[in-house]
Write a protein that binds this ligand. Structure first.
Ligand code: FES
Ligand code: FES
Length: 191
């Protein structure tokens, strides 16, 4: 008679201490050396371990943009990445961009144009807005860029598309667009 294979039994869940790794990052210009549970997201490292609570946890699923930070010059959703993946990286959060006494030009423009949103949305919006202008200046195309062989235009359509990962339920996007365009103008980016 043909033998029925014995089903493999699943390994029992691992017990004991969670796996950890040493991580060294530069966050807002400061060297940070930590040993972290490998499962800690970059967002939780910032908020829970370093108490940099400017970066917000909205959805924790990569859908709202509230957790946007700059890593090595490019914006990312910090909820979607593990902190241990960023050994040696440079991270900038909203705390490293401006202070109430020394606003970044993008923050000042948001104030001037009444572009600020709630405390949950604004830090991610400011991080994204700055990165959007840098992406356009670097010639990085977006989904709506028509000619991939030409520098992307500094149009409202380009900015809306690039900011579309930052959501809110209030819809005060028009004022933000004006603020971003004003900063682009002061930076000499071509319209
Ligand atoms: S908290 Fe990361 S995208 Fe919403
Ligand atoms: S401004 Fe934060 S939800 Fe709309």
């Amino acid at each position: 008679m043909e033998r029925v294979p014995t089903p493999q039994t699943a390994s029992p869940p691992a017990t004991g201490a969670a796996a950890t790794s040493p991580v060294r990052l530069t966050i807002n210009g400061m060297d940070q050396a930590l040993t972290l549970d490998n499962r800690v997201s970059l967002l939780d490292l910032l908020r829970e371990h370093l108490h940099l609570t400017g970066t917000k946890k909205g959805c924790d699923h990569g859908q709202c943009g509230a957790c946007t930070v700059i890593v090595n010059g490019r914006r990312i959703n910090s909820c979607l990445t593990l902190a241990v993946m960023h050994d040696g990286d440079e991270v900038t959060t909203i705390e490293g961009i401006g202070t109430p006494d020394h606003l970044d030009p993008m923050q000042a423009a948001f104030v001037a144009h009444d572009g600020y949103q709630c405390g949950y949305c604004t830090p991610g919006q400011i991080c994204s807005a700055r990165a959007v202008l840098e992406e356009i200046a670097a010639g990085i195309p977006s989904h709506v860029t028509g000619d991939l062989n030409a520098p992307p235009p500094l149009s409202a359509e380009e900015i809306r598309e690039r900011m579309s990962g930052n959501l809110c339920r209030c819809g005060a996007y028009a004022n933000m667009l004006e603020a971003i365009l004003e900063v682009a103008d002061t930076q000499g980016l071509p319209a």
